[in-house]
Design a protein around this ligand. Structure first.
Ligand code: DGP
Length: 114
């Protein structure tokens, strides 16, 4: 999608600190980190929200979680722990409409989330 900022990051048109990439998934540091580790994991394919994720992309959606775990291992927060979140639409706090997992770690997370 031409105007999507995350599509541009995935295509290398906008710079980002990329920590992991493969044929289908890209992970890069969030520009406004909310924790010592704050990484976004996106599919290369544009999907606006989780509501639009088609059933045939179940594997791709699963790959986002596996990539988040891989980044957690690489950043050595896998044993201390981390949180993985996907925001959806207004009440979820979604601001960029290209699905992404937030990988948050490096400090203890609180619950319930705000
Ligand atoms: P959400 O609110 O769940 O849609 O999260 C969007 C996140 O994307 C937010 O934490 C800030 C981050 N973000 C927005 N624009 C950019 C950008 O251009 N580069 C990077 N690295 N992160 C961005």
């Amino acid at each position: 999608m031409e105007s999507c900022i995350f599509c541009k990051i995935a295509q290398g048109e906008i710079p980002a600190e990329i920590l992991y990439e493969d044929e289908q998934v890209v992970a890069f540091r969030d520009i406004h980190p909310q924790a010592p580790v704050h990484v976004l994991v996106i599919p290369r394919r544009h999907i606006a929200t989780l509501n639009e994720a088609p059933a045939e992309e179940a594997e791709l959606v699963g790959r986002l979680s596996l990539a988040a775990a891989e980044v957690a291992r690489r950043l050595r927060i896998d044993q201390s722990g981390y949180r993985v979140v996907m925001n959806c639409n207004r009440d979820g706090g979604q601001t960029v409409f290209h699905i992404h997992l937030h990988l948050l770690g490096g400090r203890a997370m609180t619950w319930p989330p705000g």
